[in-house]
Design a protein around this ligand. Structure first.
Ligand SMILES: [Zn+2]
Length: 397
């Protein structure tokens, strides 16, 4: 595998609270030092995925920049830290009052860092902030996000997904968008195959869902299509035959998909997925992927009678056509065939019954857990009967 790609960075965005300043490219992690300088950071709270921080090479790459600063480190072990881990992390942040919160890891580490930063300048109960029952702190320390997976695109968004007491909570605020997104594809090389797969599934689903979302704009659609153009040819390789080119493309795809959902947000496949992750521990990207095919086919049939998008069914179909075109795929039906074949190639469960949803009661609980607000962003209306059909199809029935 080539490690010798030239070090090309693109720096864009104005800084905090609008678009992050972005360094993206092979070796971009070396830009973290410059970002800390610009933020005049003497103290840094590092929120790091324990495995990835060392294995990705980030620890070695950041050693010099961190050696001259006061640093406290919070280790994140595995996906979706529980309420107790979130409480401990917030307490550390409140005691330290860091100049900067630096997140290095996948979506779980970056989203925990957002929650920690958001709870830092307030004495409110953490759980109240996470549930939206108390405002985030008035002095949110700036975030630098350094993803080690090509997945959630959290480095580009203003929201965080966390799981508290078996329920997904979503923290959203403009102040939670990272001031800096440092996207270095080389950091994702050490991710195990299964993690590369579920991260790639999430990035792809986010790119596609944001394309058809009711909240999609011209700009977000451009990001969705860029993500799909990059991911379409490389998603298979990043799992089955990883190369420098595949890591590079997928890291950029995940970032553009993140930018797209930052505006357009996600839709029905994500809405259906959260219960599977919260109740059955299904990795996020895997849980979303189980519903994406049925939702794709469903949304492709949107009509004037059931279209939720005020721009009309033809506009939704045009966005879906643009998404297919970005991948050089002829139609939504052809995309469905390709998607199903890709899922099968991953050797992961592809039916709900294989991930713990076995009985009618389980399927009812899944449908009832869906957040109606998320569904309202899906371009085709989903009533209870339609949801039940989607769930049946996701179970291969
Ligand atoms: Zn996602």
């Amino acid at each position: 595998m080539s490690q010798g790609r030239s070090q090309v960075y693109e720096v864009e965005g104005a800084g905090r609270f609008d678009a992050p300043r972005t360094a993206i490219g092979w070796g971009a992690v070396s830009e973290v030092g410059a970002a800390l300088e610009r933020l005049a950071a003497d103290s840094v709270l590092l929120v790091a995925d324990r495995r990835a921080y060392t294995a990705s090479g980030a620890e070695a790459a950041l050693a010099e920049a961190l050696s001259v600063r006061r640093v406290q480190r919070i280790d994140v072990d595995g996906p979706n830290p529980d309420a107790a881990a979130i409480e401990v992390a917030v307490a550390r942040c409140r005691a330290m009052e860091p100049d900067v919160v630096l997140a290095v890891g996948g979506g779980s580490a970056i989203d925990l860092a957002k929650a920690v930063a958001g709870c830092c300048g307030t004495d409110a109960e953490v759980v109240d902030v996470l549930r939206g029952q108390a405002p985030i702190g008035s002095e949110v320390p700036p975030l630098i996000a350094v993803p080690t997976t090509a997945g959630t695109g959290s480095e580009a968004t203003h929201f965080a997904a966390l799981y508290v007491e078996g329920r997904k909570v979503s923290l959203a605020h403009q102040k939670l968008r990272p001031a800096y997104a440092i996207v270095d594809p080389s950091l994702s090389r050490s991710a195990p195959r299964e993690l590369r797969a579920v991260a790639g599934l999430d990035a792809f689903a986010q790119a596609l869902e944001s394309a058809w979302a009711v909240d999609a704009t011209e700009q977000s659609l451009a990001d969705s299509c860029r993500a799909l153009e990059l991911a379409g040819p490389q998603l298979d390789d990043v799992v089955h035959a990883p190369s420098a080119a595949a890591f590079d493309a997928m890291a950029r795809a995940a970032f553009h998909a993140g930018r797209a959902i930052d505006v357009a947000k996600t839709t029905a496949a994500h809405a259906l997925s959260y219960w599977l992750t919260a109740k059955h521990g299904v990795p996020h990207g895997h849980a979303v992927a189980l519903f994406l095919g049925p939702i794709l086919s469903f949304n492709a049939q949107v009509s004037a009678q059931d279209c939720v998008d005020p721009r009309g069914a033809e506009a939704v179909k045009a966005r879906l056509a643009a998404a297919c075109k970005a991948m050089k795929i002829s139609s939504p039906a052809a995309l469905r065939v390709r998607w199903d074949a890709f899922l099968q190639s991953l050797s992961i469960p592809t039916r709900l019954s294989e991930v713990g949803v076995k009985t009618d009661d389980d399927r009812q609980a899944l449908v009832e857990a869906v957040n109606p607000e998320r569904l309202s962003n899906n371009p085709r209306r989903l009533d209870r009967a339609a949801l039940e059909r989607i769930v049946a199809e996701a179970d291969g029935r």
